[in-house]
Design a protein around this ligand. Sequence first.
Ligand SMILES: Cc1ncc(C[n+]2csc(CCOP(=O)(O)OP(=O)(O)O)c2C)c(N)n1
Ligand SMILES: [Mg+2]
Length: 895
Amino acid sequence: MKASKKEIYGSRAAGPANSDKWSDSMQSVFELALESQGPERTAQLLEKLATQLRSEPRPPAGQNTPYVNTIPPEHQPDYPGDRDIERRIKSIIRWNAMAMVVKANSNTNVGGHIASFASSATLYEVAQTHFFRGRTEEFPGDMVYFQGHAAPGMYARAYLEGRLHEADLQNFRQELAPGGGLSSYPHPYLMPQFWQFPTVSMGLGPIMSLYQARFNRYLHARGLTQWKSEPKVWAFLGDGESDEPESLGAITLAARENLDNIVWVVNCNLQRLDGPVRGNGKIIQELEGLFRGAGWNVIKVIWGTEWDDIIKRDKSGLLLKRMEECVDGDYQKYIVEPGSYTRKHFFGKYPQLLELVTHLSDEQISKLLRGGHDVRKMYAAYKAATEHKGQPTVVLAKTVKGYGLGEAGEGKNISHQQKKMNEKELREFRKRFNIPISDDVIADMPFFRPAPDSVETKYLLEKRKALGGFVPARIVKPVALDVPKLEHFGELVRGAAREASTTMAFGRLLSLMLQHKGFNRHLVPIIPDEARTFGLDPLFREIGIYSPKGQLYDPVDSKSLSYYHEAKDGQILEEGISETGAMSSFIAAGTSYASHGVPMVPFYIYYSMFGPQRVGDLFWLAGDIRAKGFLLGATSGRTTLNGEGLQHQDGHSLLHASTIPTCLPYDPAFGFELAVIVTDGLRRMYVEQEDIFYYIAVYNENHAMPAMPEGSSEGILKGLYKFKAGVEGGKVKAHIFGSGSIMQSALKAQEILAEKYGVSADVWSATSYKLLRTDAIRTQRWNMLHPTLPAKKSYVETLLAKEEGAFVAVSDNIRTVPDQIASWVPGGLFTLGTDGFGRSDTRTRLRRFFGVDVETTVIGTLYALAEKKLIDRKVVAQAIKDLGVDPEMVLPQLV
Ligand SMILES: Cc1ncc(C[n+]2csc(CCOP(=O)(O)OP(=O)(O)O)c2C)c(N)n1
Ligand SMILES: [Mg+2]
């Protein structure tokens, strides 16, 4: 018979008076269960009870465990290293990392950070000595995302490893000094043999690491990589960094896909730039709750070894209570105040607690370590993390910001910004870490490197050798792919009988690439829940959507031709509604040539409005990390995507994309242009090994898809070519540059100008204003610096040198896009564009509203001619009347 609740719980009225008895008996049942059933089973039992409790009116609070180390001392493994040597190595690294920053700032203002690495030195050193596995022939290497502001520590270690030299350290943050210098933060673009992953824009490292771990699984599931053991992805992040939505926004992905190939280490030094991260709370507990709720394995490392005994001796439970009731603001204070303060305010709050520390002097109390500074605790955490199965792991390590800086900034609110130290502070630092540097030279802050045959150097090198090699290291062995040539896309080159959009042309292009044997395996189509919008849903069935679980259900549309097909070896990355995630996948795939030695070709297609505008920082990072691949900004154009209105209509992504140094932005008007651009991109990136990527605007308006004009490929690639010459024998000459779907306005305007106004207008296809501009500014700079030599001419100047008349540009983008080349167009460029917020309406009305329709293009061309006195102004006025354009039409509101 089932016992009633009352029988089980007794009367609730029993209340607090009985609570100790209750607590004691529950404790003994718990201990009994632990002893007889073991921790796993006991946890299951407790979870079951907690589930029952949740149905009660007041459920248990949160997902937290007590504010102590997750791994109890009795489960702690022996430390496998020589702690003395390791401490000496770490101290020297600390010194060099600090000296590098202080030295650079003694005669420049280049900045740098000391406090971040000072707090995380142990987190890195334990991993460097015992965990990070380097790249070998059979193993791609663990992939480590180092916290950006801790970069000096990584350089300081590489110096001891003999990978960097004194001159490098000397030029920290002075990359343009003769001989070069070290980049401020992890930038593969600037140090391509050293750094793998850029991290310094807070939040991007964490989210990319998740998608990297997932991409590793994807690659393996598709049989594209064979490794002996799986690489681990390690991400080191700051506790303040966890404020960024990108940091925590995708953590459920890792749990959902059982990514036990990832370890996150959050350096909980309790401070960010300005002050405490959670002065009134506890960041470690907050993060624990979040990560546990998301399904992660959480390992807290809060207290160092000296605390073990103190905690053990507390039978009252008051110590734990005290630890839990203190907020991070208090914990920060215990660092800056003397030990007497901690004795009085922390232990002294409950007089019984004072007894626990009577054997310790104030000095000793002040030196009680936090877990993140204790190699034994960190080793235990990393060991458990790397051995844990079925879940991702996060290690929450409590540390002290600016550890060891003393008066110069240990635990202080200013410590993040600290980059200078006076001689007294330097001496203190030297003493604390026992650095063999003499008084007479200390003011010069010399770097210190133990001799190659010293115990320290040998130990450090042996450890790294045993782990496979140095980390970080970016090693690229070029592998050329057998990429399709233009002939492969014959149907696009020949043109189509039926009208189509460039998005449809892209769909065909992708299908044709998927038929190209050998190469096709390297394609990675990425879509954030928009495949149907772009007509790409037939791919679901053809190549499958990647899912580590396969498909555990019979999809509702299983009988249809393009059913929603998930598969363990699926090729599509269907990211759901996360452009940040999709960009992270793009980056993981686009850098696979470096991180795995397996070149992959991502095609990420999405609503263009949610590209650089939404996740521009990741676009920027794609350049830094040397990603390759194609970004397809679909439903592009302020008026081409007509009904969706203000938040969807994109007329400026091409400008955003133009700001990224390694990005080639293209705005093709026809399928054959797309084919030429993609084919050349494949060649440049995957045969010639250029570290570049492409942004291509594609539109959803159907129109004629003509055949490729003879000899146009050079112009398509360089950014401008004459697509259709104007009629012979016109009275005056004009030139219209069209792009994307708005090329149609240009072509129709050409007809009207010839028929009604006697203007012979050549129509040019402007495929990339940025590329034209880059070529022009490069030429201009050369001319400026070689003033006495014959001037060179840019491509656009050469191309247009012999052309006469007026030049007009029209596109579905803001005017600044074509204006990029205005200075190099003979006689200037008159630009029509779609500046201003979008509206929902028909294309016809929108194009009139912004002034990029056929009629306005005709008027614009006539006006440009009149401005040059090539026609009478009355002709323009007449055209305005003839074409029914309201002369009082106002520019969409701009400020
Ligand atoms: C996206 C972004 N916003 C702001 C900054 C400026 N910034 C650099 S470090 C820092 C504080 C970092 O604190 P935390 O993550 O706790 O790292 P710690 O140095 O304490 O280890 C801030 C705000 C940045 N680098 N990136
Ligand atoms: Mg911090």
